[in-house]
Design a binder for this molecule. Structure first.
Ligand code: TZP
Ligand code: MG
Length: 210
């Protein structure tokens, strides 16, 4: 995959939005996000037909703006919709099984330590999401924050691997994240809760200067 696609990776589900989620997504796409992850989770998550309809509507928007549409966790939905890719955590379906079913698609994996990182690389992930880097309020069961030093460690070991950092990333700390070696930032609240998404996305999109 092109690591530049990870520059501003927006993740969202209805639970993350105070206004119409499709408006939030379109706003974010217009503002210039480079990748989108459909992550419909939590107590208010849509189910059944409504869930699939919402996913298809998000996918249509992403197609219109030529932004990759990635599905979180749900292998069945990703295959049914022929999404551009899938993102899985450590507790989701094993990477080796997923690769078989997603030939030519993007596969992302969340990693929290070096062991998980080397397993992800070995098993053919196209990119890794590392974090949470900072405290986050968007994922109640998140692991403890690693701090930016973890990005540096991983980048030193894997100089060319596509890495996106996640967890508590804001317009104030995104430059620190990129300087530490990440290809981009994955965010929920920074964009969902922004009152000026164009400005937010511009500020999150740091040009790599190394
Ligand atoms: N995985 C690790 S932290 C996180 C996920 C999905 C939530 C990130 O949300 P925010 O609001 O950008 O901290
Ligand atoms: Mg998961």
């Amino acid at each position: 995959m092109n690591p530049n696609d990870l520059a501003v990776y927006f993740i969202m589900g209805t639970e993350n939005c105070e206004t119409d989620p499709l408006n939030v997504l379109e706003d974010a796409l217009q503002a210039g996000i480079t990748m989108f992850q459909f992550r419909e989770k939590g107590p208010r998550a849509l189910k059944g037909e409504k869930y699939e309809e919402f996913a298809r509507a998000c996918q249509r928007l992403c197609k219109h703006y030529h932004v990759p549409f990635i599905v979180n966790d749900d292998v069945e939905l990703a295959l049914k919709l022929q999404a551009d890719g899938i993102h899985v955590g450590q507790k989701d379906m094993a990477l080796v099984n997923i690769r078989e079913q997603f030939k030519g698609k993007i596969i992302g994996v969340s990693v929290h330590n070096e062991q998980e990182m080397s397993a992800a690389v070995l098993n053919g992930a196209d990119y890794v999401g590392i974090g949470p880097i900072f405290e986050t309020t968007s994922k109640p069961d998140a692991e403890p924050p690693t701090g930016v030093s973890f990005i540096k460690e991983i980048r030193n070991k894997y100089p060319n691997y596509p890495i996106v950092a996640i967890g508590g990333i804001t317009t104030e700390n995104s430059s620190e994240i990129i300087q530490a070696g990440a290809d981009g930032v994955a965010v929920i609240s920074a964009i969902c809760q922004s009152s000026n998404r164009r400005e937010t996305v511009n500020q999150l999109k740091i040009i790599k200067n190394y």
